[in-house]
Design a protein around this ligand. Structure first.
Ligand code: NDP
Length: 286
C-alpha cells in the first residue's frame, strides 16, 4: 500500500511558515482578489482565499463586481491595483462572464503582481529558468514532490495534461528538477504504457478516475491534480474524485495524493506564498 501524501497537513504547515515570516516584515503584504459576477463556485473560492489571506497576517482587498461589468471597467480596476503600493498580489478569479475577454484582463496585470502566474511574462520566465511567479497548483505539486523526493535527478516523469494552467508549468518545474519529462495529452498513443514508465506520474486531465491502477509503475509517486464531482450513489448527492482511480492506484504506487486532501489544499497556500514572494521582491528584498 502506498504512503498517503497529506496535502492538507503540508498546506497548514506552509501557511504557518508564511504567517511567521509575514509577522517579521516591516510592511504588510496585500492580496487583491477580483470577482466578477455570481458564479457560486467562484464565490466560495474567493471567500476561502480572503479568509486564509487574513489568517496569515496579510491584507485582503476584495473587489466584488456585478456580472454586467464592462471590459473597460475591469481593465481600469486592474490598472489601479497595479499602481497601488499596498497591493502586492492581484488575482482575477476565473472564469469571467462570457462577455469579458480574460486573456486581455490577465495581460493587463503587472507580471510582478501576477500571483496566479498566468501572464505571458511569467510563463516565459518559467521556461527560461528566470525568477518569476509560478502558477499556484503546479507550485503546490512541486512542493509536495520535493518533500517526498528531495532529489528527483534522472527520474522519469510523465505529466498527463498540457494546459497552460497546470500541465505545462508542472512539466517545466520537473524539468528544472532534472527529471526526464514526457508530456501526454488526448492524442498520446498508448497512454497506459507510457504512464507505466513513470517514476513520477502527474494526472491533470479533468476526467474522473481515468488513470487506472495498472497504468501505475509499482512504487511510483502519483500526484493527482484532478477535481471532479461525480454522483455519490445517493439521489442528488455528489462526491469529489481525482483523475486517478485511487482505490486501485493506492495498492501499486509508492506514494500518492488523495482527492480531496492532496493537491487541492496546496493551491491557496501557494497563492499566499506567491503573494509573500511578490511583496518581498517589490520591496527589493528577494
Ligand atoms: P484542461 O481541460 O485545461 O486540460 C486538460 C488536459 O487533459 C488537456 O491537455 C487534454 O489534452 C488532456 N486530456 C483530456 N482528455 C484526455 C485523455 N482522454 N487522455 C489524455 N489526456 C487527456 O484542464 P486543467 O489543466 O485546467 O485541469 C485539469 C484537472 O485539474 C481538472 O480536473 C481540474 O479540475 C483540476 N484542477 C485542480 C486544481 C487544484 O487546485 N487542485 C486547480 C486547477 C485544475 P488536449 O490538450 O489534447 O485536449
Amino acid at each position: 500500500m502506498a504512503d498517503i501524501i497529506d496535502g492538507k497537513a503540508f498546506a497548514a504547515k506552509l501557511r504557518g511558515e508564511i504567517a511567521a515570516e509575514v509577522a517579521g516584515l516591516p510592511y504588510q503584504p496585500g492580496l487583491a482578489v477580483v470577482l466578477v459576477g455570481e458564479d457560486p463556485a467562484s464565490k466560495v473560492y474567493v471567500a476561502s482565499k480572503e479568509k486564509q489571506t487574513v489568517e496569515v497576517g496579510m491584507r485582503s482587498f476584495a473587489h466584488r463586481l456585478p456580472a454586467e461589468t464592462t471590459q473597460n471597467e475591469l481593465l481600469t480596476l486592474v490598472r489601479k491595483l497595479n499602481a497601488d503600493s499596498q497591493v502586492h498580489g492581484i488575482l482575477v478569479q476565473l472564469p469571467l462572464p462570457k462577455h469579458l475577454n480574460a486573456d486581455e484582463v490577465i495581460a493587463a496585470i503587472s507580471p510582478d503582481k501576477d500571483v496566479d502566474g498566468l501572464t505571458v511574462a511569467n510563463a516565459g520566465r518559467l521556461v527560461a529558468g528566470l525568477p518569476g511567479l509560478v502558477p499556484c497548483t503546479p507550485l503546490g505539486c512541486l512542493l509536495l514532490l520535493q518533500d517526498v523526493l528531495p532529489d528527483m535527478t534522472g527520474l522519469n516523469a510523465v505529466v498527463v495534461g498540457r494546459s497552460n494552467l497546470v500541465g505545462k508549468p508542472i512539466a517545466q518545474l520537473l524539468l528544472q528538477q532534472n527529471c526526464t519529462v514526457t508530456m501526454a495529452h488526448s492524442k498520446t498513443r498508448d497512454l497506459p504504457g507510457l504512464c507505466r514508465t513513470a517514476d513520477i506520474l502527474v494526472a491533470a486531465v479533468g476526467r474522473p478516475e481515468m488513470v487506472k491502477g495498472d497504468w501505475v509503475k509499482p512504487g511510483a509517486v502519483v500526484i493527482d491534480v484532478g477535481i471532479n464531482r461525480v454522483p455519490a450513489g445517493v439521489e442528488g448527492k455528489t462526491r469529489l474524485v481525482g483523475d486517478v482511480a485511487y482505490e486501485e492506484a493506492v495498492k501499486i504506487a509508492g506514494k500518492i495524493t488523495p482527492v480531496p486532501g492532496g493537491v487541492g489544499p496546496m493551491t491557496i497556500a501557494c497563492l499566499l506564498r506567491n503573494t509573500l514572494t511578490a511583496a518581498k521582491r517589490l520591496h527589493g528584498a528577494a
